[in-house]
Structures are given as C-alpha cells and as structure tokens.
Design a protein around this ligand. Structure first.
Ligand code: ADP
Length: 638
C-alpha cells in the first residue's frame, strides 16, 4: 500500500523533529550535561592510556618528612638551595621550581638561594596572578632564572578535576606562559614561541591551543606514580614520571644520578594542605608540581587531544536528527526500530571513535538530541499517524454500517414497491385498485426517502457537518403523526395503541428526526409484543423537562441486555428468537437523536412483562424564550 504523506502532517512532523533537536541541543548546555561530558571524558581517557614511551622529567618533592627534617616551611628557601646544590652536580636539563618566591625572606636565606640559583643552569621560576597582582619572584632571584611561568590549574572545571591547564595567562598588561610550556621551550632550546589564534609553535612542535580560552592544553596524564624508588628503579622507569622526596635524595646520594639530563620539577607537597592536591581523570590525587611535569610530558610527546569544532558537532547532531526523521517517515515496523537502535548506537559510539583519534567530542548534546529526535519521531508516528489510520478505519466501519442499514431497513419498503409494480404490470386492474397501489408505491417511496434522509442527517450530525434544526413544535402533533403511521401495523397484530392524557409539552429541535425516533419506539413496542396486548404512549411535562414514554406489555429484556440495546446492531436473544425482522440499528439512532437534542433515554423492563422507553428532552417554553430575547433588547431608559 502506498503511504500517503500530506503536506500538513509533513510540516507537523518536521516541527516535532526540529523541536526535539533544539531541546536536545539546549540540554547540552546544562550543568548536568557538563557533568556527564566530564565523566565520559574521564572514562574514555582511562580507556585510551598514552602509549608507553620514556619520560624526560622527574619530580623532586619537598614533602612533609623533608620539611620536618629541614626546619619546616619557614626554611623553604634554604631547603630549595640545598636541593639545587645537590642536583646541579649532575647537570639536569632544566629545573622548574613550582614555589612562589614573591616576598622578601630572611636575607641570609635569600642569599643562599640566590647563590644556588646562580650555580644551576636553566632554572625556571613560578608566578601566579592572585589578589589582582602578579606574584613574580623577587628581583634578586628572578635575575638567575631563564624564564618565569604560571602554575594555574583547571579553573573552569566544575567538578574539581584538572583535565586541562591554561598555557597562557595575560593580566594587567603582563603575559606569562605556563611553567610547563616554558620548561618545554627551554628543553627544546627554542627562544621564541610562535603564536597563531589557534595554536602555538615551538620548533617543529605545533600545539593546538586556542587563544580564545587562554590556550587550554588537555593533559595526557601518565599512569599514577610508583611508590618509593631505588636508583635502579629510577633509571629504568618508563611511562611514569619518577618522584623523589628530597629527604630520600639527601639520605641516598646515589639517587642524584636519576636527575642527570632530566627536566626537574621541584615543588612542595603537604599531605595536610588541601590546595596542594589535584584530582586527575585517573581518579587519584596528585601534587600541583606533578601536574606541571605531566603537562611537560604531554608537550614533549607531541600527541594532543583537541576539542572537536562546534560546526562538526552540530553537523553530526543534525545528521542524526535528519536520519531519525527520515527513518520513521519512510520505513515501517520492526525495521524502523532496528535502524533507530543502530542510529542511537552510532550516536553513542562516535564520541569514542573521535576520542580514540585524539578529538574530544561532547557526549551529552549529540546523545540527547539523538534520543529526543528518535523518541519524538517514534511518538509522532505512533500516535498521530496511528490516529489517522484509526480515523480512516472508523470511516470504513461507518461505511459498512451504512450498507448494513440499507440492506436491512430498506428491504421492506423496497419489497412493497417491487411487489406493487409487478401487480400493475402483470394484472389488468381496475382504476380503484391501480390508484390504491399507486398511492402505496408513493407512500412507501416517500418513507424510503425519509429513512435515507434521517440516516444521512444523523451521520452528518455526528460528523459535525450540519447543525441540528432548532424549530419549536408540540409533541402532540409529532406523536399523532407517528400513531397514524403505526396504527395499521398494530391492527395487524391486534395490539391497541392508547394515548394517556393530552400529550402536552413542547420541544425545540429537529422535528423529522424526533418523529423518526418516536416512530421507532412505537413500532418496536408493537414488534416485540404479542397479540392482544396494549401499548401506551404518554407525555409528562414538568419543570425544564418533558418526558415522553412508550410502554408495552411485550417480551421485555434482561437487566444486562438493557445496557447494550443502544449499541449499533445489538439484538436481544428473545428478539432474535421471536422471528421479528430487525437490524439492531434503530435504537442507536434514537439514542443519538435524543443526545443531539441534549436529552437522554431511560429504559425499564421486566422479562416477559413488558418495557417502558422514556425520552427525556429539554422542554420548550415560549415565555422563557421571550424573556431571554427581551433581556437582550436595548432599553429605552438607558
Ligand atoms: P431492531 O428492532 O431493528 O432489532 P432496534 O435498535 O430498534 O433494532 O432495537 C434493538 C434491540 O432492542 C431489539 O433487537 C430488541 O432486542 C430490543 N428491543 C427494542 N425495543 C424493545 C421492546 N419494546 N421490547 C423488547 N425488546 C426491545
């Protein structure tokens, strides 16, 4: 079957897909999305550890035991001097000191440190922008350093995990590169860093780092450091950055060999000072000075993680949304769901594939837009398109019912017309007889036309195609007309039709439809009663309502049957067994007609004793209508 795809539903469908897509993209900007992206980054990071390669750096840690042995943090400058004089003997490639030396200290200590710096080549000192000022080292120390670098951590990280560091920091007209970048520059023997808006170039190494966000560098952390080392371990280390406590270095002089030719990162790390701890994507803690060494190793290896371009991400999300939309529009059944599952799988795996190639793709936005568009498309197809199907199914059922009605209800008058016309053709009839038959044909065809009209009117009313007529009329006229028509049928069965009272009461509505309904109740009463019984028709006006009842002494119905008699095509077992012809549609039309007149049907019945059908309709009162109209007329006094 060819699927119809009218323009209106295409527009609606497109709107749903676009809406879901936009919602998915917006969701990508929430803090929850940021959390998910970060968690996924860490997971993918752990799945893709850096390739094994020998490291160029070593960390010399002034830790708690060192501080305890060498006079505490107050003697930091003498401790640094001691460390420098110990390692300068083996000519390290460079020494980066992650300690802020901005305040003048004890003059003798400052002098000791100055002398040690003088004797150590390629020293890089640290600075920081804090409290609105740069914390540069005091000039006496600064003059012996080849460079000064910043030691900022990932300040934009919402969860405290340091995934990247800024390589550039410009404040108050002063610009500094990161300590690790300066160390890398010195290690490479490069004097100038070439800058473009998107990257930095040092010799042959191009570092992708946008100027816009302070040139962030994602650190490819090596695995957690190993525990205490012997010299042998120290020299054999690959894939980790060795860390040596100054206390151990002083106690085991042979360890100094591990510093030969290396980039040494010196820093303080106290277990008790929270600000010294940095959390990494590996999940563990690390000293701030080690982060510098890790960043240095990342630069040294030259393999970087870069953020995907925004337009690439957007193009991918749009492609997924379009695929989801087309999928549900073009295909159908399980294939659609299978392909949708594949699409979602693709949306889940693409960030992994990108990450494997060094491109950091946001995880949440593509995923949320993929899920939302797939769900939106599925729901739309399920409910809206299904509803269209149901509608056409409903139309087909009603068409079938119409055919059913025609075959059942119209058979009787058609048979009468057919028989009469045959009589005229076959026999030589006198004028009186011919006139009588012609009259019968005329009245039966009129009845047929009325029936068709009634049926069509109800169908159109139900469809909302036409409005109910709102003419006022007395029930008496309509009931009498029905009685005239039903009399011959009742007489044939010797059933007496009685009228109780003066048939008072007026209603407003469609006279023909109500006549059809009352006639139906009357003929049913006659049809489902045995000979020599009575049918009583009465009206009871009272208040806002008028009640019209048709009571018979016929076969009656079971209580559970009463609930179903207004359903189309329902017939009771007794009615079927009685041999009386019927389609089971009459009462359903009666019910609809009464409902369209804002009324309702009441039925009471006792099997074998009889039934009473009551039509309850809103009463028409000419006085009330006049009053209502009067209240709407403009008053002369006003
Ligand atoms: P039809 O009379 O063509 O079968 P209706 O819709 O008029 O269809 O009535 C539905 C069913 O309700 C009838 O088949 C019959 O079983 C039951 N019924 C209607 N009127 C009476 C009545 N006065 N007494 C007993 N049963 C009735």
């Amino acid at each position: 079957m060819k699927r119809r795809w009218p323009a209106k539903s295409t527009l609606g469908y497109t709107a749903v897909i676009v809406g879901c897509f936009a919602l998915g993209m917006l969701a990508g900007f929430t803090s929850f999305a940021n959390e998910v992206d970060s968690a996924m980054y860490d997971w993918m990071f752990r799945l893709n550890p850096p390739q094994a390669a020998s490291t160029q750096s070593i960390v010399l840690m002034i830790d708690d035991p060192t501080l305890k042995d060498l006079g505490g943090i107050r003697s930091l400058r003498s401790i640094l001097a001691k460390a420098l004089s110990r390692i300068s003997t083996v000519q390290p490639k460079l020494v980066a000191i992650d300690v802020i030396l901005t305040d003048p200290g004890d003059p003798s200590e400052d002098e000791r440190l100055e002398n040690a710096l003088k004797a150590t080549p390629n020293v890089i000192l640290a600075t920081d922008f804090s409290n609105d000022a740069w914390e540069d080292p005091i000039p006496g120390l600064r003059r012996w350093a080849v460079a000064v670098g910043t030691t900022l951590a990932d300040e934009k990280s919402l969860d405290g995990v340091t995934r990247q560091i800024p390589l550039e920091e410009a404040e108050r007209r002063e610009r500094h590169w990161a300590l690790s970048l300066e160390a890398f520059r010195v290690a490479r023997g490069v004097t100038r860093i070439l800058e473009t808006p998107d990257d930095l170039q040092l010799g042959s190494t191009v570092i992708p780092a946008r100027r816009k966000d302070n040139r962030p560098l994602r650190i490819r952390y090596l695995r957690d450091r190993s525990p205490a080392l012997s010299l042998k371990d120290l020299l054999a280390q690959r894939d980790v950055i060795p860390t040596v406590s100054l206390k151990d270095l002083l106690a085991q002089p042979e360890l100094v060999e591990g510093f030969r030719g290396k980039a040494v990162f010196v820093g303080v790390y106290s277990n008790t000072a929270a600000r010294d701890h940095v959390v990494t994507p590996w999940g563990g803690h690390m000293a701030g000075v080690e982060v510098n060494a890790q960043a240095f190793e990342t630069l040294q290896r030259g393999i970087f993680y870069v953020d995907s371009r925004n337009d690439t991400m957007l193009a991918f999300c749009i492609a997924v949304a379009v695929c989801a939309g087309l999928l549900f529009a073009v295909t159908g059944g399980w294939i659609t769901y299978g392909l949708a599952a594949l699409l979602l799988l693709a949306a889940h795996t693409v960030p992994f594939l990108f990450f494997h190639r060094g491109i950091v793709f946001p995880y949440f936005a593509p995923l949320s837009s993929a899920w939302l568009t797939v769900a939106g498309a599925a729901i739309y197809q399920h409910f809206v398109v299904r509803r269209q199907l149901f509608k056409s199914e409903d139309q087909r059922t009603r068409y079938r019912q119409a055919i059913h009605f025609v075959t059942h209800e119209m058979r009787t008058p058609l048979t009468a017309i057919q028989g009469s016309s045959e009589l005229i053709g076959r026999y030589n009839l006198n004028d009186d007889k011919r006139k009588q038959i012609a009259q019968m044909i005329n009245s039966e065809s009129k009845r047929l036309a009325r029936m068709i009209q009634t049926f069509l009117d109800i169908e159109r009313l139900t469809d909302g195609q036409i409005e109910l007529k709102r003419e006022p009329f007395d029930l008496k006229e309509v009931v009498n007309s029905c009685l005239d028509r039903a009399c011959p049928i009742a007489e044939r069965k010797h059933i007496a039709l009685h009228v109780d009272g003066g048939l008072e009461g007026s209603v407003r509505g469609d006279r023909e439809l109500l006549e059809y309904a009352i006639y139906n109740l009357l003929t049913n009463a006659v049809k489902y009663s045995s000979s020599d019984t009575e049918v009583l028709i009465s009206t009871r006006p009272g208040g806002d309502q008028v009640r019209l009842s048709v009571r018979d002494q016929g076969m009656g119905m079971e209580p559970k049957e009463l609930k179903k008699i207004f359903q189309k095509f329902y017939r009771t077992k007794r009615a079927e067994a009685s041999g009386e012809q019927g389609s089971g549609i009459g009462l359903s039309l009666v019910d609809q007609i009464v409902q369209h007149h804002k009324g309702n049907m009441e039925v009471t019945s006792v099997p074998g004793e009889g039934s009473c059908f009551t039509m309850v309709l809103p009463a028409f009162s000419p006085v009330k209508v006049k009053e209502e109209a009067g209240s709407l007329m403009p008053s002369r006094d006003r």
